[in-house]
Design a protein around this ligand. Structure first.
Ligand code: ZN
Ligand code: ZN
Length: 212
């Protein structure tokens, strides 16, 4: 049986039992996915289950959490960030089929990131390092400058200044190997390794690269 009139207000029906206005009233232009986040108080990055989000990328990240339910013509996202709270106001304009009327949908949402130390920070703070580049010899100032260009801060576990040069501690082996490969073009590199411990029955070696 077909209703000819809106069951809410009695106007002519537009879709099913509703007039156009009443039909649009209960519709969303968009909805937001549920987001859980953590915040590293050491490096200032936000983490979700799957990705790492820099504070500057937050708008972009939030736009990825929007699920379109209508034809969105334009969308505005305003984000305010505090370490313990991210607040976003999202205003979308568009229409919902079969209606052609332009409507506005405004939603606010808040994320409360849990404070953590992320994996790479935890490693660094714990002085954890899988490789050491030992800088020795007459070109040591040159070499340390080169390394400064090759290795990012968050990959460094620390630099030790010694009488004979520098020991540059690097968190991950592949990062050290990549840097050393480039250093080889200009300097002499000697590689060695040392057993530093055992983890779950696996021997753990630390790589040493003497560069001069
Ligand atoms: Zn109505
Ligand atoms: Zn971190």
């Amino acid at each position: 049986m077909l209703f000819m009139f809106c069951i809410k207000c009695g106007k002519d029906a537009f879709v099913g039992n509703f007039c156009e206005q009443c039909y649009l009233e209960k519709k969303d232009l968009f909805i937001l996915k549920k987001v859980k986040m953590r915040y590293c108080d050491n490096c200032g990055k936000y983490y979700t289950q799957k990705e790492k989000v820099s504070p500057e990328e937050m708008e972009h990240f939030i736009s990825g959490q929007i699920e379109e339910k209508g034809n969105i013509k334009n969308i505005e996202i305003k984000v305010s960030k505090r370490v313990d709270k991210i607040h976003a106001v999202i205003v979308a304009k568009g229409s919902i089929k079969p209606s052609k009327i332009s409507i506005t949908d405004r939603k606010e949402f808040s994320i409360y990131p849990k404070k953590i130390k992320c994996n790479s920070c935890a490693k660094i703070l714990g002085n954890y390092h899988e490789a050491v580049i030992q800088i020795r010899g007459l070109k040591k100032e040159n070499i340390i400058r080169e390394i400064g260009k090759l290795i990012k801060n968050d990959e460094l576990a620390g630099i030790l200044k010694l009488k004979e040069g520098y020991d540059v501690k690097i968190v991950d082996k592949p990062v050290a190997a990549r840097a050393v490969q480039i250093l080889r073009e200009k300097f002499t590199v000697k590689r060695s390794f040392k057993l530093v411990g055992e983890k779950k029955g696996r021997k753990i070696y630390r790589n040493f690269y003497a560069v001069r």
